[in-house]
Design a protein around this ligand. Structure first.
Ligand code: PXP
Length: 253
């Protein structure tokens, strides 16, 4: 039996770190915990404004992935700066995502039907493949037939389907059938061309379930929910430890 892979996105560990400007919580430790628990890959998004992941985090997280023999999936915009970082770091996967407003569709995926964007993405993929031939590339797009058809003209290896609208409709208790039908159609198309079919954005324990039951996606990249839920699963343990420490030290006065 084959199961889907889980890529754990640890961006928001870095968000928490950047909030205080301290060295903790360390993304290296987050990657270690995720991989030691069985996560299949670590995903980080190096944004142009460096709002969470920093340049120095990329080799540190990559080293941790290599220690476990698991891939690093580097999400990035298709800018020249990011392309050079990818070529230098040589991650196992690069996921090209929209960085600016004009690069994305209303749903949030790469606006690949825009000829300018298409050309830029195509050029970025060619450059990455030339500079780091072993790096595989996924394109963060919507499960739209025309979009997926256009992707096939690009030298990439997979699409990552933007599940943001689906996840939002799930939370709003709306009908999900049209999303699932679109995902299935896209899956058949991309798999028939030997492409990987991944998914990500906004997924929770509950909204992941129907997608797992459909069994179309071979990889999920999930971050925000994992970090958010970890707060509650971990909080009790941390408070207990702190109280133990306090109660070992009676007041003097
Ligand atoms: N996949 C891609 C391409 C993303 O940009 C993101 C968000 O950074 C994710 C997956 C993870 O989304 P979330 O944090 O909502 O689970």
């Amino acid at each position: 039996m084959k199961f889907a892979r889980l890529g754990v996105n640890i961006d928001h560990v870095a968000t928490l770190r950047q909030q205080r400007g301290e060295f903790y919580p360390e993304v290296e430790r987050a990657a270690e915990v995720a991989l030691a628990t069985g996560a299949h890959q670590i995903t980080i998004h190096l944004r142009e404004d460096r709002r969470h992941i920093q340049d120095r985090d990329v080799p540190v997280v990559h080293n941790m992935c290599q220690k476990f023999g698991n891939p690093l999936n580097l999400e990035m915009g298709a800018s020249e700066e990011m392309i050079q970082i990818a070529i230098k770091e040589r991650p196992e996967w690069v996921c090209l995502v929209p960085e600016k407003r004009e690069e994305r569709t209303t749903e949030g995926g790469l606006d690949i039907l825009d000829p300018k964007n298409f050309e830029r993405i195509q050029k970025a993929c060619d450059e990455i493949k030339k500079g780091s031939p072993k790096t595989k590339i996924s394109l963060f797009v919507e499960a739209d037939e025309e979009v997926l058809q256009k992707c096939l003209f690009i030298k990439a290896d997979a699409v990552e389907i933007h599940t943001g609208e689906y996840a939002k409709d799930f939370l709003d208790k709306k009908d999900l059938i049209h999303h699932l039908q679109r995902y299935r159609k896209g899956c058949l198309k991309m798999k028939s061309h030997g492409w990987g079919y991944h998914a990500g954005h906004g997924l929770t324990f509950e909204s992941l379930l129907p997608l797992l039951q459909e069994g179309d996606f071979e990889e999920y990249n999930i971050g925000h929910w994992i970090i958010a839920e970890s707060v509650f699963i971990g909080m009790g343990h941390v408070i207990k430890e702190m109280l133990t420490l306090i109660n070992q030290h009676p007041l003097k006065g």
